[in-house]
Design a protein around this ligand. Structure first.
Ligand code: PEP
Length: 258
C-alpha cells in the first residue's frame, strides 16, 4: 500500500518535472513552440509518404531541437500510425489531437474522449476557429473540453481569434490565430508580424506565464519574422505542416534562431 503510494507520488513528481522542463525556457534562451495542424486532410498513404520524407530529412538535420517543442496534430485516424512511425526514431516530435470530446467515456456515439486521445498523443488543440465557426463551438463547451483534457493529462493549445476571447484556466499554450489570416480562408495572407505581436502582447498581459504563439499562413519564409517578435513564442502552421519539407524547415529554423 505504502509502496503503491510512493510510486504514485514519484510518478506525479516526474510528470510535473518533465512538463515543467518542457514548458519552461532555458534561462537566457527563448523556448519555441510549433504545432502542425493537418486539419481534415490526409489518409494513411499520404501519412506514410509524409513520415518517410520527414524521417529522411531528420537524418540530415541538426538534431538540435532542445529549444523547441515540436508537435504534429494529424487527424485522429492517423495518430496510431504517426505514433508507430515515430517510435522507430529518436525524433523529438510530439503528437497532438486537433480536438477532444467535452464528454468522458460513455454512450456518446462518435465522440473521441480525452482519455482515448491520451493513449496516442500528449497534446490537443482546443477552440480552433474552424470548429467555432463550422461546428458552433462556444465558450461553455470549450471549458468542458479543457477540463476533460486536463483530467486526462493532455497539454492544451488553446486557440483565440483576438485578445478579447475568453481563455479557460489550465491551458498550456495560447495560439492567437486571426481567422482571416488562415491560409484556407484568405488564400495565404499572414498578418503583419508587428501587428500580430501587438495583439500577442495584450494576450500575454492578460495571461502572464502562458506562452503565446501565432497562427495564420506561416511558412519557412516568414516564421522567423514572427518568432523574433518579443511576445510571440512560436507558430501554428496548417498548410505548411502538410508538406514535410516545409514543416521540417520551420522546426530547424526555430531550433537554430538566436
Ligand atoms: C491553422 O490550421 O490553424 C492555420 C493557421 O492554417 P494555415 O497555416 O494554413 O493558415
Amino acid at each position: 500500500m505504502i509502496d503503491c503510494l510512493y510510486v504514485h507520488v514519484l510518478s506525479l513528481i516526474l510528470e510535473r518535472n518533465i512538463r515543467f522542463r518542457m514548458l519552461q525556457p532555458t534561462p537566457g534562451m527563448k523556448h519555441f513552440f510549433i504545432a502542425g495542424n493537418w486539419k481534415s486532410f490526409k489518409g494513411q498513404n499520404d501519412a506514410r509518404t509524409w513520415f518517410a520524407e520527414f524521417i529522411s530529412l531528420w537524418k540530415t538535420g541538426t538534431h538540435q531541437w532542445s529549444s523547441v517543442t515540436a508537435v504534429l496534430c494529424p487527424p485522429y485516424t492517423l495518430l496510431p500510425f504517426a505514433r508507430d512511425a515515430l517510435s522507430e526514431t529518436t525524433i523529438p516530435l510530439q503528437l497532438g489531437a486537433q480536438d477532444v470530446s467535452p464528454l468522458g467515456e460513455g454512450a456518446y456515439t462518435g465522440e473521441i474522449n480525452a482519455g482515448q486521445v491520451s493513449e496516442f498523443a500528449s497534446w490537443t488543440i482546443i477552440g480552433h476557429s474552424e470548429r467555432r465557426k463550422n461546428l458552433g463551438e462556444t465558450d461553455p463547451l470549450l471549458i468542458q473540453k479543457v477540463s476533460q483534457a486536463k483530467a486526462a493529462g493532455l497539454h492544451i493549445m488553446y486557440c483565440v481569434q483576438d485578445e478579447s476571447v475568453f481563455v479557460p484556466d489550465g491551458v498550456d499554450v495560447i495560439a492567437y490565430e486571426p481567422p482571416w489570416a488562415i491560409s484556407a480562408v484568405s488564400g495565404g495572407i499572414a498578418q503583419n508580424p508587428e501587428s500580430a505581436n501587438r495583439v500577442c502582447e495584450k494576450i500575454v498581459a492578460k495571461h502572464p506565464g502562458i506562452p503565446v504563439i501565432y497562427g495564420g499562413s506561416t511558412t519557412p519564409d516568414n516564421v522567423l519574422s514572427f518568432v523574433r517578435q518579443p511576445a510571440i513564442s512560436g507558430v501554428l502552421p496548417g498548410g505548411a505542416s502538410m508538406d514535410p519539407t516545409k514543416f521540417f524547415r520551420m522546426i530547424e529554423l526555430l531550433a537554430t534562431v538566436s
